[in-house]
Design a protein around this ligand. Structure first.
Ligand code: FE2
Length: 178
């Protein structure tokens, strides 16, 4: 499945550190297996249940968030230089994995996509952070996943976590308010 995931999420290939790249892939793969999905389901799973019948898939959202995060980081580096230090590997891994917990939070039933029991108890930032820890991702990446959504508001966010958080909301609120 890892080769499929590299094809479906080509941003992963841009992670320079091979260990981080492998662990990012392994985390995504295990989330799919645990959730009972196939790799191709990433094009069918909605990116959110908060927008009824959204046409935007988990894969499209994840790639858009990651690409926007990378673009923001590049511009910030051009503008601010060493004033803001951004670890691109952590940023890409965190962007790809920020919603990985949704693969456990959602399930497919006869009535469509709904929350799983696990998802009712543990929203995706919690399950995603747990899965990332299980795969020995660095704390910097677990942090991005853990605080990217409302649960992280009011607490510390690293530069990479702020970038992914805002990229995530740019890729949610305008679609929600159509
Ligand atoms: Fe997201």
């Amino acid at each position: 499945m890892k080769e499929d995931l590299k094809r479906l999420f080509p941003e992963i290939i841009q992670i320079q550190n091979d260990t981080l790249k492998d662990r990012t892939l392994a985390t995504l793969e295990e989330a799919l297996v645990l959730g009972g999905w196939k790799a191709e389901d990433v094009d069918r799973i909605p990116f959110t249940l908060l927008i009824k019948d959204t046409k935007v898939s988990f894969r499209q959202h994840t790639r858009s968030v990651t690409q926007m995060a990378m673009a923001c980081a590049r511009i910030m580096t051009e503008q601010y230089g060493s004033l803001v230090k951004i670890n691109y590997d952590h940023l890409i891994s965190g962007g790809i994995l920020h919603d990985v917990g949704k693969l456990l939070e959602y399930r497919r039933s006869d009535s469509g996509y709904t929350k799983s029991l696990s998802g009712k108890l543990l929203r995706h930032p919690f399950s995603g952070a747990g899965l990332c820890t299980k795969h020995s991702l660095p704390d910097e990446v677990v942090h991005i996943v853990a605080v990217h959504a409302k649960e992280g508001d009011g607490g510390y966010r690293s530069a990479e976590a702020y970038i992914v958080h805002h990229a995530d909301f740019i890729n949610f609120e305008p679609l929600r308010d159509l």
